[in-house]
Write a protein that binds this ligand. Structure first.
Ligand SMILES: Cc1ncc(C[n+]2csc(CCOP(=O)(O)OP(=O)(O)O)c2C)c(N)n1
Ligand SMILES: [Mg+2]
Length: 571
């Protein structure tokens, strides 16, 4: 047993032995004792943010990228509320996140004391576990359980509230042991059942996604798909699980899915859903697979026991981590001469067609062609460049036309939260400084967390921000035009000069209005990032008429007029 230690020292010692080497935080007086203990703890690096949403987003991005739990530390009420969006994101994206909240002292709790918030109620519906530690001598026990819970089965966020006085109390207590991420594995019987179902199928399709895919698991999945000549689609925003250049890759089942792929999934007679939660975005509103009883035969494999049978009543449910499952699938005796072999070739052709320049660009050529921009971006970046984004229609260009080539290159929230891309990119660059990191963002999305440009500059996170500026919350505007044509409300934006804003933070700033300006600006931005070790931003002047790769305002107007609706005023 070691000597008596303060609660703060005990906490920091537990973090160290749980393998923590960085914390994303915004400080507060409620955890001064921990900040003080960190002065003597060079093994833990503090990354200081400008808003707590960035702390939890960064911790989540770090977890997605490294597979290790991400840690955020924030102060009570105001800090905890600001941090909540990242906890919700970590829940929906199944990411191991440990959020530590400095809490009001125990002597005043439940009086609605200054900045008091009850964490168990605040985070109760989004975290896997929320607890408050009321005694310094129980800190090791609670911290160990938090890490165990966050990293096992379906991974997710946990929250620990730490009253100020508990951090200052002294206690004599033994350290905990390091957590072990526990994952289930498929049984022989389950693999045999899966093989039997595959042997009987005529039109099978694999749908992969969810967190927890290691590079080795992706490699095993590739072997399984090749040996059985299976078409593989990726779930919404898990496009980096399977190399998009591979002949068996047939596209992603996300928002704005290729209609041919949607039809292929709908008419499949067997869906092998491996790791995907089969959420609303992946299933096109629970229509590709009818909920709760799908028309297709369904094998659903997931790391979370509680996820199986929650929405879909699968024919075969397999509780397994993805590395464990993929290793077994790679060893499975392949199906001989499968009847669906030609269908894979056809599905791949359909994917290639979907990659072509969309027709709407031919009908309305814009000054800045976002399709060409995606081609240029892919050609200019290394295969392992990490691409981050938040929410908005700009991301459709990326997800549809930018192929992801290697695992852990996509950081994109399945929770659809705006503001994620900027902090995610900064966390990625800090975690993998040797990688090229790009944040693709919209004018609305960017300004939700743009203040983290200061964090990027402070820590020399040389990230490239590509801001798609169409002077509007375009996604919402598109839905508005479809549901309430011509009645623009709450979706127009008046923006700052983004390039100048970047320069004010210390980054390099560029603006691109024409397609031919993009290549030189990209080269200059990447060069400046290398030489200055600071971020760069390219503002892209986008055509506000072009609301998505398939929706032009003039065409929407004409369609609305044809059904006798009022014309929208010009944008
Ligand atoms: C935190 C958060 N608030 C609101 C929304 C609703 N929302 C989804 S996309 C969007 C607009 C995004 O605008 P922008 O980043 O400019 O992208 P665009 O659609 O114009 O390409 C909004 C408001 C959201 N997803 N997340
Ligand atoms: Mg916009």
């Amino acid at each position: 047993m070691s000597d008596s230690r303060s609660g703060a020292r005990i906490l920091v010692d537990q973090l160290l032995l749980q393998g923590v080497d960085r914390l994303f935080c915004v400080p507060g007086e409620s955890y001064l004792a921990v900040l003080d203990a960190l002065v003597d703890t060079p093994g833990i690096r503090l990354i200081v943010n400008r808003h707590e949403s960035a702390s939890t987003f960064m911790a989540g991005a770090y977890a997605r990228l490294t597979g290790q739990p991400g840690i955020a530390f924030v102060t009570r009420g105001p800090g905890a509320c600001n941090a909540a969006i990242g906890v919700h994101h970590a829940q929906q994206d199944s990411l191991p996140l440990v959020l530590l909240v400095g809490q009001a002292p125990t002597a005043v709790l439940e009086r609605e004391a200054f900045q008091e918030v009850e964490c168990r109620r605040l985070f109760g519906s989004m975290a896997k576990w929320v607890a408050q530690i009321d005694r310094a001598d129980r800190i090791p026990e609670f911290v160990a359980r938090a890490f165990q819970c966050a990293t096992s089965g379906r991974q997710g966020p946990v929250v620990l509230a730490l009253p100020e006085d508990v951090l200052e109390q002294h206690a004599l207590v033994r350290d905990a042991r390091c957590h072990q991420s526990v994952q289930a594995a498929p049984s022989d019987t389950q693999i045999a059942a899966l093989r039997r179902m595959l042997g009987r199928a005529q039109r099978p399709i694999v749908l992969v996604g969810g967190a927890g895919w290691s590079a080795a698991a992706s490699e095993n999945l590739r072997g399984f798909a090749e040996a059985n000549r299976l078409p593989v689609a990726c779930a919404f925003r898990f496009q980096d699980v399977f190399d998009n250049r591979h002949p068996n890759y047939v596209g992603d089942a996300g928002l704005g899915i290729n209609p041919k792929l949607a039809e292929r999934i709908r008419s499949a007679d067997l869906v092998l859903a491996l790791g995907a939660r089969l959420g609303e975005a992946t299933t096109d509103g629970y229509s590709l697979l009818h909920a709760p009883v799908p028309q297709q035969a369904l094998v659903h494999a997931h790391a979370g026991l509680e996820e199986l049978g929650r929405v879909y009543q699968a024919d075969l449910m397999i509780n397994s981590g993805m590395p464990q499952l993929a290793a077994r699938l790679a060893m499975m005796t392949p199906i001989d001469e499968p009847v669906w072999a030609d269908a894979v070739v056809q599905a791949r052709v359909e994917y290639s067609m979907w990659q072509q320049r969309p027709e709407v660009l031919r009908r309305h050529p814009p000054q800045l062609d976002l399709w060409q921009l995606m081609q240029q971006l892919r050609a200019a970046l290394p295969n392992d460049a990490i691409i981050c984004n938040g929410a908005g229609n700009f991301s459709i260009w990326l997800h549809r036309f930018f192929p992801y080539l290697t695992p852990s290159t996509q950081l994109a929230p399945t929770s659809g939260c705006m503001g994620y891309g900027v902090p995610a990119a900064i966390a990625a660059k800090i975690s993998a400084p040797e990688k090229t990191v790009i944040c693709v963002t919209g004018d609305g999305d960017f300004l939700m967390t743009a203040q983290e440009m200061a964090t990027a500059c402070q820590y020399n996170a040389a990230v490239l921000f590509l801001v798609f500026n169409n002077a509007m919350y375009g996604t919402v505007r598109l839905h508005q035009e479809l549901r309430f044509p011509g009645r623009v409300s709450g979706t127009s934006l008046s923006n700052p000069d983004f390039a100048q804003l970047a320069r004010a933070y210390g980054a390099s700033g560029f603006r691109v209005n024409l397609t031919e300006e993009f290549g030189p600006a990209l080269a200059e931005a990447l060069a400046s990032m290398r030489s200055r070790r600071l971020p760069a931003l390219i503002e892209l002047t986008c055509d506000p008429q072009l609301l998505s790769p398939s929706a032009h305002l003039d065409e929407l107007r004409a369609r609305a007029a044809a059904v006798g609706r009022k014309d929208p005023p010009s944008v």
